[in-house]
Design a protein around this ligand. Structure first.
Ligand code: TRP
Ligand code: MN
Length: 448
């Protein structure tokens, strides 16, 4: 790996899934502006996340990575940010309290805008249109003009990420995440459901534990850990020009960091060893992720580890497996063994969403809650078999009461999907399904 790396060395490689911008000069101008803007996160924060993920790699903590499939420029407001955070905090507290293991909280948020697509064109109501590639590139409206990639969207993505991150920081350090408010994280439409009731009971236990500690003479007011959380941002770093423009050299260490988010990951469709994404990622010092699908071979995954984590550093690399409920039992164990034997101390996370997507009879792109749970169960079983630590989960969710994934405690059926099918990309778990999932995962961990 003596090859020289620079933030732009990816440009000598083939970059998949990049938009075909109509005007190259306009893109260059935007990227120049972006590269003069302040970083969104600081290198020290990314190093902190690497340390936290190091604990996950050692089997001492869990990773919860959750948020939208694709963030939207249209539903950008304080309520939407607050509600997504609230749901993630609620899931985190369920996992932490039920397992007694610390949870590293990371959102697919404040930058999760770009979407890889299987084809450059898609058929919308009988018309061939350029594919929607996420709000950072174009607009999903079914017209030719809406689909033209517009580089000023890169600036809008930056601004929205900055404002989102600002509010997340305020909420997580300013009182909203205080354990004394554990009851307030129960979403209204969830509170009446059985999962909501189960959560209320857990919140009561936490209240009682806090009162018990006060009664014992512990001054709970003065313990910042009870009142704040570290919450990190992450997204798929797909549009490499944007990521390059936000990549900065840390003045403390001289290392390069992609300052668009604390953690960034490589998608399943852009992880070729000799491709531009792997080239870009190998040089940044953030904690990074890489999605691993059912077609990946053990050798291929070890080669990726060698390229992305040559120093075998704890917390550097998270492998996010997305095998599908039916494949995981066969596919995952050989990969776990090969990576373990190679000495790369990776974090293993289970993405139970992307390998379980199908089109239902009603024509909706959906996922069944049972398949999602089955993949997580398969993930735990594979790790138990090999003796590795099932580090965490990576899920697509929204706090809204949507009807996008089938099943769950409310047993959503195919003809109900139409009621509130709101996603601009993949089907997400709603608030109830997400909370249910947190309880189920906690139970799997306890029995593991
Ligand atoms: N700071 C601790 C943690 O992050 C405890 C905590 C405070 C917490 N607020 C929380 C845990 C909200 C989960 C959710 O684990
Ligand atoms: Mn998705």
């Amino acid at each position: 790996m003596a090859r020289e790396w620079t933030p732009s060395s990816w440009r000598e490689r083939a970059a998949k899934q990049q938009p075909t911008w109509p005007d190259a000069t306009a893109v260059d101008e935007v990227l120049k502006v972006l590269s003069g803007y302040p970083p969104l996160v600081f290198a020290g924060e990314s190093r902190q996340l690497r340390q936290d993920l190091g604990r996950v790699a050692r089997g001492e903590a869990l990773l919860l990575q959750a948020g939208d499939c694709a963030e939207s420029f249209d539903s950008f407001n304080a309520v939407s940010i607050r509600e997504r955070l609230r749901l993630i905090l609620q899931m985190a507290v369920v996992l932490t309290y039920s397992t007694g293991v610390p949870v590293v909280k990371t959102g697919r948020i404040a930058g999760q805008f770009a979407k890889p697509r299987s084809a450059d064109f898609e058929n919308v109501g009988g018309r061939e249109l350029p594919s929607f590639r996420g709000h950072i590139v174009n607009d999903p409206a079914p017209t030719e003009s809406a689909r033209i990639p517009d580089p000023t969207r890169l600036l809008q993505a930056y601004q929205q990420s900055a404002a989102t991150l600002n509010l997340l920081r305020a909420f997580t350090k300013g009182g909203f995440a205080d354990l004394a408010r554990v009851h307030a994280w129960n979403l209204e439409f969830v509170a009446q459901s059985p999962e909501g009731g189960r959560y209320e009971a857990l919140a009561n236990d936490i209240d009682r534990a806090l009162r018990f500690m006060s009664a014992c003479g512990v001054n709970t007011e003065s313990v910042p850990h009870l009142h704040e959380v570290d919450f990190y941002t992450s997204h798929e770093a797909l549009i490499l020009g944007y990521e390059e423009a936000l990549t900065r050299q840390d003045s403390l260490t001289g290392d390069w960091y992609d300052c668009s988010a604390h953690m960034v990951w490589i998608g399943e469709r852009t992880r070729e060893l000799d491709g531009a994404h792997v080239e870009f990622f190998r040089g940044i010092h953030n904690p990074i992720g890489c999605k691993i699908g059912p077609a990946a071979t053990a050798d291929e995954v070890v080669e990726l580890c060698d390229a992305l984590d040559p120093e075998r550093a704890e917390g550097r690399l998270t492998l996010i497996t997305r095998m599908g409920a039916d494949s995981i039992g066969d596919r995952l164990p050989p990969i776990l063994r090969a990576v373990r034997d190679s000495g790369h101390p990776v974090v293993w996370a289970c993405d139970p969403m992307h390998g379980n997507t199908f089109t239902s009879n009603s024509g909706h792109k959906t996922r069944h809650f049972d398949a999602i749970l089955a993949e997580i169960r398969g993930f735990f079983a594979a790790h138990a078999e090999v003796g590795t630590w099932p580090g965490g989960v990576h899920v697509e969710l929204t706090s809204d009461d949507v009807t996008e994934c089938l099943g769950g405690a409310e047993a959503l059926s195919d003809d109900e999907l139409d009621l509130r099918y709101e996603t601009i990309c993949d089907p997400r778990l709603n608030g109830r399904q997400s909370l249910d999932l947190a309880f189920e995962v906690a139970e799997m961990l306890r029995s593991a």
